[in-house]
Design a protein around this ligand. Structure first.
Ligand SMILES: [Fe+2]
Ligand SMILES: [Fe+2]
Length: 270
């Protein structure tokens, strides 16, 4: 069953919008990296970022399988995946600029597609959460790192992630309009991420912590650790509040309190 009206092509609007905003790796001032401002801690941080960004390919694979009845959402995901691949290579280019190389075997180990979500709506929810987290984390890192080329790159990527969050929210909202029975799986996903006492990033939960080759190597969890270290004590609370707010609007429920989320889940189960 097709889920999209034939005249609807949100991805075309997104495509033209992104085309106007699109930057290039060659726009980065990689020949003028201020090596004197590169702190040793930046290297494992950026390696972890590369490993996180590198998982867009298994994400793309999973999405195209799960949304094989939705051309429009699939088209958006194709555009999204290109931008994520660009992030992967842009951060890798910065590392190369400071003579650090990524082990390609680690990248290859991440290629397998993600397992399908409980429902397609749950998959979209996971991606919304992922994008909101990286948008926030990259923004903070862009202000924290002193090396200007890396700071510029974090800011560019942060802006892209904000756009991705917005688009995945759009597709989540639309999916739930035609598949309301998937709401319970969405609330379960949200509950897991917003009630955790630590900041879990989906890439860590579903990929880095499961792939044997990543053991002992930098992962997205190292990036999150740096974010928590450099941020005020209420950073996790603020981020979780943002997730509740943005997702609450999309699913049409007040998610500001844990009890409200659990009640909504219980209502749906009954
Ligand atoms: Fe990204
Ligand atoms: Fe993104």
């Amino acid at each position: 069953m097709s889920t999209v009206a034939p005249e609807s092509a949100h991805s075309f609007e997104v495509f033209t919008h992104y085309e106007r905003l699109q930057w290039k790796v060659s726009d980065l001032d990689l020949d003028n990296i201020r090596r004197d401002l590169v702190q040793p801690s930046y290297i494992p941080l950026v390696k972890g970022v590369v490993m996180g960004e590198a998982t867009s390919l298994p994400g793309l694979h999973g999405f195209l399988s799960e949304f094989d009845d939705d051309y429009d959402c699939s088209a958006f995901v194709a555009v999204w995946a290109y931008q994520e691949l660009q992030h992967h290579y842009a951060f890798r280019a910065w590392l190369r600029g400071v003579d650090v190389h990524i082990d390609q075997a680690k990248i290859e180990s991440l290629r397998e597609p993600y397992e399908a979500g409980v429902t397609p709506s749950a998959t979209l929810t996971t991606n919304v959460i992922s994008e909101i987290i990286v948008n926030t984390v990259y923004r903070a890192l862009s202000e924290w790192v002193e090396e200007p080329v890396l700071a510029d790159l974090f800011l560019r990527a942060s802006r892209d992630e904000a756009g991705h969050a917005r688009e995945f929210l759009y597709y989540l909202k639309r999916r739930l309009e035609t598949h309301p029975h998937e709401l319970k799986s969405v609330l379960e996903r949200i509950h897991f991420y917003v009630t955790s006492s630590r900041l879990n990033h989906p890439v860590g939960v579903y990929k880095h912590q499961r792939v044997e080759e990543m053991r002992g190597y930098e992962t997205v969890d190292d990036v999150i650790d740096v974010f928590i270290q450099i941020s005020p004590p209420d950073a996790l609370d603020k981020l979780q509040a943002k997730l509740r707010r943005m997702l609450g609007t999309a699913v049409g429920h007040d998610l500001s309190r844990n009890a409200a989320i659990r009640h909504a889940m219980a209502d749906l189960a009954g």
